[in-house]
Design a protein around this ligand. Structure first.
Ligand code: SF4
Length: 543
């Protein structure tokens, strides 16, 4: 038979501007980045078939791994021209609206037989999901780990192997007009390296003429799953707290990756530092990445192995792998953390680690990361959080809670009811954000956003704690009317606060304010280049 030609698409960048805008992250960022985020999903799918079914593997070709946002016309032209017979879309929260549009009336424009597969963390894994309402022309919807499902779909179509709910896992399809749902299964792939086995696909992407001139970023996962089930999160598609570590030659993996020509390696484990071997991996990264100029972001570190997690962060900052650190706490109030089923050490214990790291690396930026719109949050808890963060001189990275289908909060109807959670659809991308709960309403959401913005400016000024408190205590009702409404509008239109609006609000609020007079130099700096406040915080600190 002729080769099976695969067209794989994971639209993650759009002319250099990453799709973060849709996931509400843009309010933290000011400048577009010009990088291509290489997808490692094809490596997982390809290596599984290579190991399990060498005969099928012989027949596979990955014609195109597309990580830019193409129009439907571009997809159709490519698939027709290259006679691709499998089209895969890798669906995440940020590219879901794009893929919904790409799959609408897609098949009728393809001039040969083709199967269309949608898969990824944004495919609902709970209940009998009719994916065709969203991805009109998709033949299969694959949820959670997709290796076996992908293999079984290809075996069914190209080798006549039977396909039924008893012999496959993690997918939905239609048979005799009935939706079939194969049960969920945890696919272990601990004994081999998808990166090494299918490195030719990574090389194919970096060599693709379409991506020349961009910088490359790559996600790197050394484990699978997460031992927790935080209510807002869809890790492992919300299918349970199983977790497993790959046992491979990490040095060989990292050396191969370092030769690809990437500039950023994103550690994508849910809890890096959970396993003792993670320290070894961290040391390998510290040895291998800096000579090639490769950096990594501050990763998601283990929640309950903090000594090890922060030892790793120190290794990376010392080696120049990481520029700073992030403390992903979601909130610092124990009741709120209990409401979202988030196990972690207490805030007082966190503070010891933060102080230690800040004294070790006084010129680095450290951030507190979390979510706005968690049940139990009030203006008072939020004020307390801001004050604590300000005292520790932390950058704030707090995002609005966008609900995602595979998160426990969504698939467990009791959860929403218990905390009286209300949602509102975002106009531009049809996601829903949390707009209220038993403890806050929409104006409070706007207040959280407003004070997060002004926190940036107050940090940039380096105001005293008394000034910080006074500013937040005395927010005029005029501001509440004017700016809160503006913020709510931008949230409901796009799910995030655009840098343009951030800039405008800060300029208006502080233009005549006593603090911008007192801190005139910083204010002038901001007026001349408002990006200064996005580049980091004063390192002096007031604590
Ligand atoms: S937020 Fe992190 S710790 Fe919680 S379930 Fe998701 S990945 Fe796991």
């Amino acid at each position: 038979m002729s080769k099976i030609q695969i067209f794989f698409s994971c639209p993650s960048v759009n002319y250099g501007a990453r799709y973060r805008a849709e996931t509400n992250l843009l309010d933290q960022e000011y400048e577009h980045d010009y990088s291509v985020y290489l997808s490692t999903v094809p490596c997982y799918l390809d290596s599984y078939i290579k190991i399990k079914n060498p005969t099928l593997y012989e027949d596979l070709t990955w014609s195109k791994i597309s990580v830019n946002t193409w129009t439907q016309e571009q997809v159709v032209d490519y698939v027709n021209q290259h006679k691709c017979n499998v089209i895969c879309f890798s669906v995440y929260n940020w590219n879901r609206p794009t893929i919904i549009n790409l799959t609408r009336n897609l098949k009728s424009q393809i001039n040969h037989d083709v199967i269309v597969i949608v898969g990824g963390p944004s495919i609902e894994a709970h209940g009998m999901y009719d994916w065709r309402q969203d991805y009109k022309d998709a033949d299969y919807a694959v949820f959670s780990d997709g290796e076996q499902a992908f293999h079984d779909i290809l075996s069914h179509h190209f080798y006549d192997r039977s396909l039924n709910i008893l012999n496959t896992h993690n997918m939905l399809w239609v048979k005799n007009d009935q939706i079939q749902k194969a049960p969920a299964a945890y696919i272990k792939n601990t004994e081999y390296s998808p990166y090494l086995e299918s490195q030719h696909l990574l090389q194919q992407m970096v060599g693709d003429p379409e991506y020349q001139g961009y910088e490359f970023e790559l996600s790197y996962e050394t484990s699978r799953g997460c031992p927790y089930s935080c209510s807002f999160c869809d890790w492992t598609s919300g299918l349970g707290p199983t977790t497993v570590k790959r046992k491979v030659d990490y040095r060989a993996e990292l050396e191969m990756i370092a030769e690809l020509g990437i500039t950023q390696l994103h550690i994508s484990d849910a809890n890096f530092g959970q396993w003792p071997v993670d320290v070894e991996i961290a040391r390998l990264m510290a040895e291998i990445l800096p000579p090639r100029g490769i950096k990594t972001q501050s990763p998601n570190l283990s929640k309950n192995k903090k000594d090890r997690a922060y030892e790793i962060l120190e290794i990376w900052i010392d080696a120049g792998v990481c520029d700073g650190g992030k403390f992903a706490v979601q909130d610092i109030d124990p009741t709120i953390l209990a409401n979202i089923d988030r196990p972690d050490i207490s805030w007082e214990e966190h503070k010891k680690y933060i102080r230690h790291l800040k004294s070790r690396f006084p010129d680095r930026t450290f951030s507190l990361e979390g979510i706005k719109g968690l049940p139990g949050q009030t203006r008072k808890t939020w004020q307390h959080l801001l004050r604590e963060a300000y005292q520790l001189n932390l950058c704030l990275e707090f995002y609005t809670w966008i609900i995602i289908p595979n998160s426990p909060a969504v698939y467990d109807p009791e959860y929403m009811k218990k905390f009286q959670i209300r949602t509102r659809e975002i106009k531009s991308n049809k996601h829903s954000m949390i707009s209220g709960s038993f403890s806050f309403n929409e104006l409070d959401i706007a207040y959280f956003n407003f004070t997060q913005l002004t926190y940036k400016m107050l940090s940039w000024f380096g105001v005293t704690l008394d000034e910080f408190d006074e500013f937040n205590r005395n927010i005029p009702s005029l501001w509440e009317k004017k700016y809160f409404t503006k913020l709510l509008l931008t949230l409901y239109n796009s799910g995030s606060v655009s840098p343009r609006v951030v800039n405008q609000i800060l300029r208006e609020v502080f233009s005549d304010h006593a603090l911008s007079v007192k801190y005139a130099d910083c204010w002038q700096e901001f007026l001349h280049d408002s990006r200064v406040i996005h580049r980091g915080y004063h390192s002096a600190g007031i604590a």
